[in-house]
Write a protein that binds this ligand. Structure first.
Ligand SMILES: [Mg+2]
Length: 423
Protein backbone atom coordinates (compact mmCIF):
# COMPACT_ATOMS: atom_id res chain seq x y z
CA UNK A 1 0.00 0.00 0.00
CA UNK A 2 1.06 3.56 -0.74
CA UNK A 3 0.03 6.79 0.88
CA UNK A 4 0.29 10.25 -0.57
CA UNK A 5 0.36 13.13 1.86
CA UNK A 6 -0.45 16.47 0.28
CA UNK A 7 -0.47 19.80 2.12
CA UNK A 8 -3.75 21.69 1.76
CA UNK A 9 -3.28 25.07 0.02
CA UNK A 10 0.35 24.84 1.06
CA UNK A 11 1.70 28.37 0.53
CA UNK A 12 -1.43 29.97 1.97
CA UNK A 13 -1.24 27.56 4.92
CA UNK A 14 2.40 28.57 5.62
CA UNK A 15 1.35 32.24 5.82
CA UNK A 16 -1.47 31.35 8.20
CA UNK A 17 0.78 29.53 10.63
CA UNK A 18 2.38 32.87 11.51
CA UNK A 19 -0.77 34.98 11.24
CA UNK A 20 -3.39 32.91 13.02
CA UNK A 21 -5.90 35.77 12.66
CA UNK A 22 -6.15 34.66 9.04
CA UNK A 23 -7.53 31.20 9.86
CA UNK A 24 -10.98 30.88 8.21
CA UNK A 25 -10.26 34.04 6.16
CA UNK A 26 -9.55 34.15 2.42
CA UNK A 27 -5.80 34.10 1.75
CA UNK A 28 -3.95 34.06 -1.59
CA UNK A 29 -0.27 33.86 -2.51
CA UNK A 30 1.04 35.39 -5.74
CA UNK A 31 3.64 34.07 -8.16
CA UNK A 32 7.04 35.68 -8.73
CA UNK A 33 6.66 39.34 -9.59
CA UNK A 34 3.22 39.31 -7.97
CA UNK A 35 1.75 38.24 -11.31
CA UNK A 36 -0.77 35.46 -10.76
CA UNK A 37 -2.51 33.63 -7.95
CA UNK A 38 -0.67 30.39 -7.15
CA UNK A 39 -2.19 29.34 -3.84
CA UNK A 40 -5.67 29.89 -2.41
CA UNK A 41 -7.23 29.03 0.91
CA UNK A 42 -10.62 27.31 0.72
CA UNK A 43 -12.29 30.62 1.56
CA UNK A 44 -10.53 32.29 -1.38
CA UNK A 45 -11.65 29.44 -3.66
CA UNK A 46 -15.23 29.97 -2.50
CA UNK A 47 -15.02 33.63 -3.57
CA UNK A 48 -14.42 32.31 -7.08
CA UNK A 49 -10.80 33.48 -7.31
CA UNK A 50 -9.25 31.39 -10.11
CA UNK A 51 -5.97 29.47 -9.81
CA UNK A 52 -3.33 31.13 -12.02
CA UNK A 53 -5.68 34.10 -12.46
CA UNK A 54 -3.83 37.37 -13.17
CA UNK A 55 -3.70 39.45 -9.99
CA UNK A 56 -4.55 42.78 -11.64
CA UNK A 57 -7.88 41.42 -12.90
CA UNK A 58 -9.15 40.53 -9.42
CA UNK A 59 -7.31 43.13 -7.32
CA UNK A 60 -10.37 45.35 -6.85
CA UNK A 61 -12.62 42.49 -5.88
CA UNK A 62 -10.05 41.13 -3.43
CA UNK A 63 -9.77 44.50 -1.70
CA UNK A 64 -13.55 44.67 -1.28
CA UNK A 65 -13.69 41.11 0.10
CA UNK A 66 -10.68 41.74 2.38
CA UNK A 67 -8.62 38.92 0.94
CA UNK A 68 -5.15 38.70 2.52
CA UNK A 69 -2.54 38.86 -0.26
CA UNK A 70 1.06 37.63 -0.02
CA UNK A 71 4.02 37.68 -2.40
CA UNK A 72 5.71 34.30 -2.57
CA UNK A 73 8.17 33.76 0.29
CA UNK A 74 10.20 30.75 -0.80
CA UNK A 75 12.55 30.87 2.20
CA UNK A 76 9.54 30.30 4.43
CA UNK A 77 7.82 27.70 2.22
CA UNK A 78 11.06 25.76 1.67
CA UNK A 79 11.74 25.56 5.38
CA UNK A 80 8.14 24.64 6.28
CA UNK A 81 8.25 21.98 3.57
CA UNK A 82 11.35 20.48 5.16
CA UNK A 83 9.62 20.38 8.54
CA UNK A 84 6.64 18.56 7.04
CA UNK A 85 8.90 16.06 5.25
CA UNK A 86 11.00 15.44 8.36
CA UNK A 87 7.85 14.78 10.34
CA UNK A 88 6.75 12.26 7.69
CA UNK A 89 10.17 10.57 7.82
CA UNK A 90 9.70 10.06 11.53
CA UNK A 91 6.38 8.29 10.87
CA UNK A 92 7.23 6.09 7.87
CA UNK A 93 10.49 4.39 6.92
CA UNK A 94 10.39 5.14 3.20
CA UNK A 95 9.38 8.60 2.05
CA UNK A 96 9.63 9.96 -1.47
CA UNK A 97 9.39 13.75 -1.58
CA UNK A 98 7.45 14.27 -4.79
CA UNK A 99 7.10 18.06 -4.72
CA UNK A 100 7.39 20.92 -2.26
CA UNK A 101 4.08 19.93 -0.65
CA UNK A 102 3.58 16.24 -1.55
CA UNK A 103 5.21 13.01 -0.48
CA UNK A 104 4.60 9.34 -1.21
CA UNK A 105 4.95 6.97 1.76
CA UNK A 106 5.51 3.26 1.62
CA UNK A 107 2.94 1.84 4.06
CA UNK A 108 3.16 -1.84 3.10
CA UNK A 109 4.11 -2.72 6.67
CA UNK A 110 0.87 -1.33 8.09
CA UNK A 111 -1.88 -3.98 8.52
CA UNK A 112 -4.94 -3.21 6.38
CA UNK A 113 -7.28 -2.85 9.34
CA UNK A 114 -5.00 -0.19 10.84
CA UNK A 115 -4.51 1.94 7.72
CA UNK A 116 -7.23 4.44 8.59
CA UNK A 117 -5.87 4.94 12.08
CA UNK A 118 -2.36 5.30 10.70
CA UNK A 119 -3.44 7.85 8.08
CA UNK A 120 -5.24 9.90 10.74
CA UNK A 121 -2.12 9.83 12.90
CA UNK A 122 -0.08 11.19 10.00
CA UNK A 123 -2.62 13.97 9.45
CA UNK A 124 -2.75 14.93 13.13
CA UNK A 125 0.99 14.70 13.78
CA UNK A 126 1.93 16.88 10.81
CA UNK A 127 -0.65 19.47 11.75
CA UNK A 128 0.31 19.60 15.41
CA UNK A 129 4.09 19.63 14.81
CA UNK A 130 4.17 22.08 11.88
CA UNK A 131 0.79 23.84 11.78
CA UNK A 132 0.22 22.68 8.20
CA UNK A 133 -3.04 20.81 7.42
CA UNK A 134 -2.63 17.83 5.08
CA UNK A 135 -4.77 15.34 3.17
CA UNK A 136 -3.86 11.67 3.10
CA UNK A 137 -4.85 9.19 0.37
CA UNK A 138 -4.05 5.50 0.79
CA UNK A 139 -4.37 2.77 -1.88
CA UNK A 140 -2.56 -0.25 -3.33
CA UNK A 141 -0.80 1.85 -6.02
CA UNK A 142 0.58 5.35 -6.40
CA UNK A 143 -1.96 6.28 -9.09
CA UNK A 144 -4.87 5.10 -6.92
CA UNK A 145 -3.46 6.90 -3.88
CA UNK A 146 -3.58 10.15 -5.87
CA UNK A 147 -7.24 9.43 -6.67
CA UNK A 148 -7.87 8.79 -2.96
CA UNK A 149 -6.18 12.05 -2.04
CA UNK A 150 -8.26 14.03 -4.50
CA UNK A 151 -11.45 12.56 -3.02
CA UNK A 152 -10.24 13.28 0.52
CA UNK A 153 -9.76 16.93 -0.45
CA UNK A 154 -13.00 17.33 -2.39
CA UNK A 155 -15.17 16.76 0.61
CA UNK A 156 -13.11 17.64 3.65
CA UNK A 157 -16.03 17.61 6.08
CA UNK A 158 -17.10 14.06 5.20
CA UNK A 159 -13.63 12.56 4.88
CA UNK A 160 -11.70 14.52 7.52
CA UNK A 161 -9.04 14.81 4.78
CA UNK A 162 -8.33 11.06 4.87
CA UNK A 163 -9.42 8.49 2.27
CA UNK A 164 -8.51 4.82 2.05
CA UNK A 165 -9.21 2.77 -1.09
CA UNK A 166 -8.61 -0.83 -0.08
CA UNK A 167 -11.37 -2.98 -1.54
CA UNK A 168 -12.36 -3.43 -5.17
CA UNK A 169 -15.73 -1.88 -4.36
CA UNK A 170 -14.16 1.26 -2.89
CA UNK A 171 -11.87 1.58 -5.88
CA UNK A 172 -14.74 1.20 -8.35
CA UNK A 173 -16.78 3.97 -6.71
CA UNK A 174 -13.73 6.23 -6.53
CA UNK A 175 -12.75 5.73 -10.17
CA UNK A 176 -16.31 6.31 -11.36
CA UNK A 177 -16.24 9.62 -9.50
CA UNK A 178 -12.97 10.71 -11.09
CA UNK A 179 -12.75 12.33 -14.52
CA UNK A 180 -10.12 10.82 -16.78
CA UNK A 181 -8.20 14.11 -17.01
CA UNK A 182 -7.78 14.10 -13.24
CA UNK A 183 -5.83 10.84 -13.25
CA UNK A 184 -2.16 11.28 -12.34
CA UNK A 185 -0.06 10.80 -15.47
CA UNK A 186 -2.79 11.24 -18.09
CA UNK A 187 -1.79 14.77 -19.13
CA UNK A 188 -3.78 17.30 -21.09
CA UNK A 189 -3.05 15.95 -24.58
CA UNK A 190 -3.98 12.37 -23.73
CA UNK A 191 -7.07 13.59 -21.88
CA UNK A 192 -8.42 15.29 -25.00
CA UNK A 193 -7.75 12.14 -27.02
CA UNK A 194 -9.45 9.90 -24.45
CA UNK A 195 -12.51 12.14 -24.20
CA UNK A 196 -12.82 12.00 -27.99
CA UNK A 197 -12.87 8.21 -27.78
CA UNK A 198 -15.67 8.35 -25.21
CA UNK A 199 -13.43 7.43 -22.28
CA UNK A 200 -14.74 9.88 -19.71
CA UNK A 201 -14.13 8.49 -16.24
CA UNK A 202 -11.07 6.89 -14.65
CA UNK A 203 -13.19 3.72 -14.42
CA UNK A 204 -13.67 3.74 -18.24
CA UNK A 205 -9.91 4.01 -18.64
CA UNK A 206 -9.22 1.22 -16.15
CA UNK A 207 -11.35 -1.16 -18.20
CA UNK A 208 -9.52 -0.61 -21.49
CA UNK A 209 -7.43 -3.55 -22.71
CA UNK A 210 -3.71 -3.44 -21.96
CA UNK A 211 -2.59 -3.80 -25.59
CA UNK A 212 -4.80 -0.85 -26.45
CA UNK A 213 -2.97 1.20 -23.78
CA UNK A 214 0.42 0.17 -25.18
CA UNK A 215 -0.64 1.39 -28.63
CA UNK A 216 -2.50 4.55 -27.63
CA UNK A 217 -0.96 5.81 -24.39
CA UNK A 218 2.75 5.79 -25.03
CA UNK A 219 3.82 2.15 -24.76
CA UNK A 220 4.93 0.86 -21.39
CA UNK A 221 3.88 4.11 -19.69
CA UNK A 222 0.27 3.49 -20.77
CA UNK A 223 0.42 -0.14 -19.73
CA UNK A 224 1.66 0.85 -16.27
CA UNK A 225 -1.11 3.41 -15.94
CA UNK A 226 -3.85 0.86 -16.64
CA UNK A 227 -2.31 -1.68 -14.25
CA UNK A 228 -1.92 0.91 -11.52
CA UNK A 229 -5.60 1.83 -11.94
CA UNK A 230 -6.41 -1.87 -11.50
CA UNK A 231 -4.48 -1.94 -8.23
CA UNK A 232 -1.34 -3.67 -9.51
CA UNK A 233 1.65 -1.62 -8.31
CA UNK A 234 4.07 -0.73 -11.14
CA UNK A 235 5.55 2.55 -9.96
CA UNK A 236 7.86 2.15 -6.99
CA UNK A 237 8.82 4.66 -4.33
CA UNK A 238 11.84 6.45 -5.78
CA UNK A 239 15.25 6.29 -4.25
CA UNK A 240 15.85 9.64 -2.62
CA UNK A 241 19.59 9.15 -2.59
CA UNK A 242 19.73 9.47 -6.33
CA UNK A 243 20.92 13.04 -6.74
CA UNK A 244 19.51 15.46 -9.24
CA UNK A 245 20.88 15.17 -12.76
CA UNK A 246 20.66 18.86 -13.47
CA UNK A 247 20.57 22.15 -11.60
CA UNK A 248 18.77 25.15 -13.01
CA UNK A 249 18.48 28.61 -11.51
CA UNK A 250 16.28 31.11 -13.25
CA UNK A 251 13.78 33.86 -12.50
CA UNK A 252 11.75 36.41 -14.35
CA UNK A 253 13.14 39.93 -13.96
CA UNK A 254 11.16 42.49 -11.99
CA UNK A 255 11.27 44.78 -15.03
CA UNK A 256 12.57 44.65 -18.57
CA UNK A 257 16.36 44.61 -18.71
CA UNK A 258 18.17 46.14 -21.68
CA UNK A 259 21.77 46.66 -20.57
CA UNK A 260 24.59 44.14 -20.89
CA UNK A 261 25.79 45.12 -17.43
CA UNK A 262 22.56 44.10 -15.71
CA UNK A 263 22.31 40.88 -17.69
CA UNK A 264 25.81 39.95 -16.51
CA UNK A 265 24.82 40.72 -12.93
CA UNK A 266 21.81 38.46 -13.16
CA UNK A 267 23.65 35.58 -14.84
CA UNK A 268 26.44 36.03 -12.26
CA UNK A 269 23.87 35.78 -9.46
CA UNK A 270 22.25 32.65 -10.93
CA UNK A 271 25.66 31.04 -11.49
CA UNK A 272 26.51 31.65 -7.83
CA UNK A 273 23.27 30.09 -6.66
CA UNK A 274 23.58 27.10 -8.98
CA UNK A 275 27.17 26.53 -7.83
CA UNK A 276 26.13 26.63 -4.20
CA UNK A 277 23.34 24.09 -4.85
CA UNK A 278 25.88 21.96 -6.67
CA UNK A 279 28.23 21.97 -3.68
CA UNK A 280 25.37 21.19 -1.32
CA UNK A 281 24.78 17.91 -3.15
CA UNK A 282 28.55 17.28 -3.37
CA UNK A 283 28.72 17.30 -7.13
CA UNK A 284 30.65 19.04 -9.88
CA UNK A 285 29.35 20.03 -13.33
CA UNK A 286 30.83 19.37 -16.76
CA UNK A 287 28.34 21.38 -18.80
CA UNK A 288 27.16 24.95 -18.34
CA UNK A 289 24.31 26.53 -20.24
CA UNK A 290 23.28 30.19 -20.14
CA UNK A 291 20.00 31.39 -21.58
CA UNK A 292 18.41 34.78 -22.06
CA UNK A 293 14.76 35.33 -22.83
CA UNK A 294 13.79 38.48 -24.74
CA UNK A 295 10.37 39.86 -25.54
CA UNK A 296 11.04 42.03 -28.55
CA UNK A 297 7.55 42.98 -29.55
CA UNK A 298 7.37 46.64 -28.82
CA UNK A 299 3.68 46.43 -28.12
CA UNK A 300 3.58 45.54 -24.42
CA UNK A 301 0.46 43.47 -24.80
CA UNK A 302 1.97 41.05 -27.25
CA UNK A 303 3.88 38.59 -25.16
CA UNK A 304 5.98 36.33 -27.32
CA UNK A 305 9.24 35.65 -25.54
CA UNK A 306 12.18 34.21 -27.48
CA UNK A 307 14.86 32.23 -25.73
CA UNK A 308 18.49 32.14 -26.86
CA UNK A 309 21.07 29.96 -25.23
CA UNK A 310 24.70 28.85 -25.45
CA UNK A 311 26.38 25.85 -23.89
CA UNK A 312 30.00 25.19 -22.94
CA UNK A 313 31.54 21.86 -22.03
CA UNK A 314 34.13 22.39 -19.34
CA UNK A 315 37.52 20.66 -19.65
CA UNK A 316 37.21 19.45 -16.04
CA UNK A 317 34.12 19.19 -13.85
CA UNK A 318 34.01 21.88 -11.19
CA UNK A 319 31.80 23.30 -8.45
CA UNK A 320 33.88 26.44 -7.85
CA UNK A 321 31.90 29.61 -8.42
CA UNK A 322 34.86 31.58 -9.78
CA UNK A 323 35.58 28.97 -12.44
CA UNK A 324 31.95 28.65 -13.46
CA UNK A 325 31.69 32.46 -13.71
CA UNK A 326 34.69 32.51 -16.05
CA UNK A 327 32.70 30.39 -18.48
CA UNK A 328 29.25 31.88 -17.90
CA UNK A 329 29.93 35.61 -18.28
CA UNK A 330 31.53 35.46 -21.78
CA UNK A 331 28.42 33.62 -22.96
CA UNK A 332 26.34 36.64 -21.98
CA UNK A 333 28.56 38.83 -24.21
CA UNK A 334 27.94 36.46 -27.10
CA UNK A 335 24.19 36.19 -26.53
CA UNK A 336 23.48 39.87 -25.94
CA UNK A 337 21.74 41.81 -28.69
CA UNK A 338 21.70 45.57 -28.31
CA UNK A 339 18.12 46.87 -28.32
CA UNK A 340 16.55 43.61 -27.12
CA UNK A 341 14.24 43.72 -24.13
CA UNK A 342 15.12 40.90 -21.77
CA UNK A 343 12.55 39.49 -19.35
CA UNK A 344 14.36 36.48 -17.91
CA UNK A 345 17.75 34.79 -17.70
CA UNK A 346 19.00 31.53 -16.32
CA UNK A 347 21.88 29.13 -15.81
CA UNK A 348 21.70 25.34 -16.13
CA UNK A 349 24.45 23.05 -14.87
CA UNK A 350 24.38 19.48 -16.15
CA UNK A 351 26.53 16.38 -16.66
CA UNK A 352 26.92 16.30 -12.91
CA UNK A 353 29.45 13.97 -11.37
CA UNK A 354 30.05 13.21 -7.70
CA UNK A 355 32.80 15.45 -6.33
CA UNK A 356 35.07 12.55 -5.49
CA UNK A 357 34.97 11.13 -9.04
CA UNK A 358 36.13 14.22 -10.96
CA UNK A 359 38.35 13.17 -13.85
CA UNK A 360 41.21 15.54 -14.50
CA UNK A 361 43.18 15.57 -17.72
CA UNK A 362 46.93 15.14 -17.82
CA UNK A 363 47.47 18.89 -18.21
CA UNK A 364 45.17 20.03 -15.41
CA UNK A 365 46.42 21.13 -12.09
CA UNK A 366 44.40 19.63 -9.25
CA UNK A 367 41.75 21.92 -7.80
CA UNK A 368 43.10 24.40 -5.29
CA UNK A 369 42.04 23.14 -1.83
CA UNK A 370 42.17 26.69 -0.43
CA UNK A 371 39.61 27.82 -3.02
CA UNK A 372 37.41 24.90 -2.08
CA UNK A 373 37.52 25.81 1.62
CA UNK A 374 36.77 29.43 0.77
CA UNK A 375 33.65 28.35 -1.18
CA UNK A 376 32.44 26.22 1.73
CA UNK A 377 32.97 29.13 4.13
CA UNK A 378 30.96 31.42 1.82
CA UNK A 379 28.16 28.82 1.62
CA UNK A 380 28.07 28.58 5.40
CA UNK A 381 27.86 32.33 5.91
CA UNK A 382 25.18 32.70 3.25
CA UNK A 383 23.13 29.88 4.73
CA UNK A 384 23.37 31.28 8.25
CA UNK A 385 22.94 34.99 7.47
CA UNK A 386 21.02 35.46 4.27
CA UNK A 387 21.22 34.68 0.61
CA UNK A 388 23.94 36.67 -1.19
CA UNK A 389 25.46 38.05 2.04
CA UNK A 390 28.86 37.29 0.49
CA UNK A 391 28.93 37.38 -3.25
CA UNK A 392 31.20 37.80 -6.24
CA UNK A 393 31.31 41.39 -7.56
CA UNK A 394 30.13 40.11 -10.97
CA UNK A 395 26.76 39.35 -9.42
CA UNK A 396 26.24 43.05 -8.57
CA UNK A 397 25.13 44.65 -5.35
CA UNK A 398 21.97 46.59 -6.18
CA UNK A 399 20.31 43.97 -8.38
CA UNK A 400 17.66 46.39 -9.58
CA UNK A 401 16.43 43.75 -12.03
CA UNK A 402 15.26 41.49 -9.22
CA UNK A 403 11.64 40.52 -9.10
CA UNK A 404 8.95 42.53 -7.38
CA UNK A 405 7.66 41.21 -4.10
CA UNK A 406 5.52 43.88 -2.54
CA UNK A 407 3.59 41.82 -0.04
CA UNK A 408 6.19 39.39 1.18
CA UNK A 409 5.88 38.06 4.73
CA UNK A 410 8.87 37.60 7.06
CA UNK A 411 11.18 34.56 6.94
CA UNK A 412 9.84 33.50 10.32
CA UNK A 413 11.62 30.19 10.57
CA UNK A 414 15.06 30.91 9.12
CA UNK A 415 16.02 34.40 10.36
CA UNK A 416 16.49 35.48 13.96
CA UNK A 417 15.59 39.08 13.16
CA UNK A 418 12.35 38.04 11.48
CA UNK A 419 10.90 35.87 14.23
CA UNK A 420 7.24 36.29 15.16
CA UNK A 421 6.78 38.78 17.96
CA UNK A 422 4.12 38.12 20.57
CA UNK A 423 2.44 40.75 22.71
MG1 LIG B 1 -1.04 20.68 -2.14
Amino acid sequence: MFAIVDCNSFYAACERVFQPALVHKPVVVLSNNDGCIISRSDEAKQLGLPMAGPFYQVKGMMERKEVAVFSSNYNLYGDMSQRVMETLRSLAPNVEVYSVDESFLDVREVPTNQLLKFAKRIRDTVESWTGIPVSVGVAPTKVLSKVANKLAKENKKATGCVKILCTDGEQEVALKNTRVEEVWGVGRRNAAKLLNMGIVSAWDLRNMPEDWAVKNLGGVVGLRLIRELKGIPCIEIQDQLETKKMIATTRMFGRTVTTLHELKESVGTYTERAASKLRRQRCAALTLNVFLVANDYHDDYEYNPQSHSLTVHLPTATSLTNQLLQYAIPLVDQLYRHGSRYVKAGVILSDLVPEECVQTSMFDRPEDPAMKSLMLAVDNVNAAMKQDMISFATAGTKKEWKMRQEWKSARYTTRWDELVEVG
